[in-house]
Write a protein of this length. Structure first.
Length: 218
């Protein structure tokens, strides 16, 4: 394959984690805190929590759902909060609104639980990230495959999951480059369909590598 003018630049992200002065001890307080917390906090407890628990393929993938289950003993609410697929969101404001409406509606339907004290408070944290170039790029699909093997899990998360917020597109950095720079629409679509909830980040790497190898042999 010919080299291209827009190579894929491999990056990673370093995150500074800060604890906000914001806690919730009841579901009613939690609904209000979801509106008051920062965008970086919504990111930390949803997108970033998927990175922290990358090795899990079962259970809840975001901190909000886990708290509703473990600290509030509200499994039905936990399932609702866990049902949001972050791949469908290109805006944290949209995700925040859906999360808050879910908790608010639950409190209205079950007022007996809205003021019930949780076993432990939910402490809102936030993640502020800085992108860092790794010093290598890819101009062909074969070079991309080689670079993919060198990536840390933090880099995989940055390019494959968190990228949706940066691109404001329902896709990832890899698929975007496959299609826009290499013209490989089919590969882009197949890569984007890799399930981030039933696969670990290492599993994502393995499946993506297999897809690329098939494309190279086609």
């Amino acid at each position: 394959m010919q080299g291209i003018e827009s190579p894929f630049q491999f990056l990673t992200a370093s995150y500074l984690i800060r604890i906000q002065d914001l806690k919730a001890t009841t579901l009613a307080e939690f609904a209000g805190a979801l509106e008051a917390c920062s965008d970086a906090s919504i990111f930390f407890h949803t997108f970033q929590s998927l990175s922290r628990h990358h090795f899990l393929t079962k259970g809840f993938s975001n901190d909000f759902a886990q708290w509703a289950l473990a600290a509030c003993n509200r499994p039905e609410l936990a399932e609702q909060l866990a049902s949001f697929d972050i791949r469908e969101y290109t805006s944290l404001a949209e995700l925040r609104a859906d999360l808050r409406c879910t908790v608010k509606d639950y409190c209205e339907l079950h007022p007996q639980f809205s003021a019930q004290q949780s076993f432990e408070a939910f402490a809102f944290c936030e993640a502020v990230g800085v992108a860092i170039p790794l010093g290598f790029d890819a101009r062909t699909l074969r070079e991309f495959k080689e670079g993919l093997q060198r990536l840390s899990r933090a880099s995989l998360h940055y390019h494959f999951i968190a990228s949706r917020l940066r691109l404001h597109l329902q896709t990832n950095d890899f698929s975007h480059w496959f299609e826009s720079s290499l013209g490989l629409t089919g590969l882009a679509r197949r890569a984007d369909h890799i399930d981030i909830y039933t696969n670990t980040l290492e599993g994502v790497r393995t499946i993506l590598t297999q897809l690329i190898e098939k494309e190279l042999c086609a």
